[in-house]
Design a protein around this ligand. Structure first.
Ligand code: PEP
Ligand code: MN
Length: 337
């Protein structure tokens, strides 16, 4: 951390800050330039709220040099993390395809969808059993029963399973059936849930909160990692902006930026990212071109009758066409599917 003093800062002001930092156990390197005095602060500055120093008399600016997300950062872990799930290696050269309905609706529905995805290149079946719905009157998901159906459907077709948990209480039952636990956008900063998932021996798919910055997303990952679970897949799923035409605004910048900041894999959810069926594919293509390690896409045999998110859910033929396009784009960016 660096503290740059005002050019007219008094010796007294500098001394006060100096002493305060020493009291907190930091080492200080002081350099006095022709205009500004600069204090280089060495030590565990992660937990310092830099505003506590910014408001002090005589301080011009406080700059944090090292990121507060030590475990998620590339600085101390330069090589890419590859999360292995079933036949998939997320974060490898291969673009991983996850697909399925928004929600598990019945045993027949999820078995039918898993079967139709078999042979499309999809390796992970998605589907919610605990649904975070805006309205309490909307379909809330089948709970553990749904997870059972999904496990069966996935096993019949050689797929792995990703599903969301909304509450700490759901973790133990979910672990019996899922290969990846999803943290939804609405729970990205549910710190008690994140802490609990740090103790879990299964990968976590961590979705970006709809008003979260990339730094906040990485801090959420850090919560899980600091508990001991380093198998995290980040997911860009669109954020809230002033635009109302689309359900969310898909942040394509997230891919190149996160690739630089973190070693964790990052996948794209263009379905929630735009919320409009015929616009999911262009977004998916753009995400892969921008560096996404995989896609999670809502697919159903009858999207118009889906219990949730039908408007953004692809028909199988749309999905198959998209996979072919992704194959071409993957080659263009030196990757495969
Ligand atoms: C979902 O994947 O169905 C979902 C609810 O996603 P999000 O948390 O991104 O809204
Ligand atoms: Mn959905």
């Amino acid at each position: 951390m660096i503290i740059i003093m005002e050019n007219n800062a008094t010796d007294d002001q500098i001394q006060q800050i100096y002493e305060r930092l020493i009291d907190q156990g930091f080492d200080i390197h002081r350099s006095t330039g022709t205009t500004h005095t600069v204090l280089g602060v060495v030590g565990k500055t992660d937990s310092v709220d830099i505003r506590d120093y910014e408001i002090l008399e005589g301080v011009h600016e406080v700059i944090r040099i090292s990121e507060p997300y030590k475990l998620a950062s590339r600085t101390f872990h330069p090589e890419d993390t590859i999360v292995k799930v079933g036949n998939a290696e997320i974060g490898s050269n291969k673009i991983v395809l996850m697909a399925g309905p928004c929600a598990i609706e019945s045993r027949e529905q999820i078995r039918k969808i898993a079967k139709m995805l078999n042979g499309t290149g999809t390796t992970i079946l998605r589907g919610g059993a605990y649904k975070p719905r805006t309205s309490p009157y909307s379909f809330q998901g089948l709970g553990e029963e749904g997870l059972k159906y999904m496990r069966e459907a996935a096993d019949e077709n050689g797929l792995a399973v990703v599903s969301e948990v909304m509450d700490r209480m759901d973790i133990i039952p979910a672990l019996k059936y899922v290969d990846i636990i999803q943290v939804g956008a609405r729970n990205m900063q549910n710190f008690t849930l994140l802490k609990e998932l740090g103790k879990v021996d299964k990968p976590i798919l961590l979705k970006r909160g709809m008003s979260a910055t990339l730094k906040e997303l990485l801090m959420a990952a850090e919560y899980i990692m600091s508990g001991g679970n380093h198998n995290i897949i980040l997911c860009e799923r669109g954020i809230r902006t002033f635009e109302t035409y689309t359900r969310n605004t898909f942040d394509i910048s997230a891919f190149p930026v996160l690739k630089e900041l973190t070693h964790l894999p990052i996948i794209a959810d263009p379905s929630h990212g735009i919320g409009i069926r015929n616009k999911v594919a262009p977004l998916a293509r753009a995400a892969v071109a921008a560096g996404a390690d995989g896609l999670i896409i809502e697919v159903h045999y009858d999207p118009d009758q889906a219990a949730s998110d039908g408007a953004q859910t692809l028909y199988l033929d749309q999905y198959e066409k998209l996979v072919k396009e992704i194959d071409i784009i993957a080659t263009a960016v030196n990757r495969t599917i």
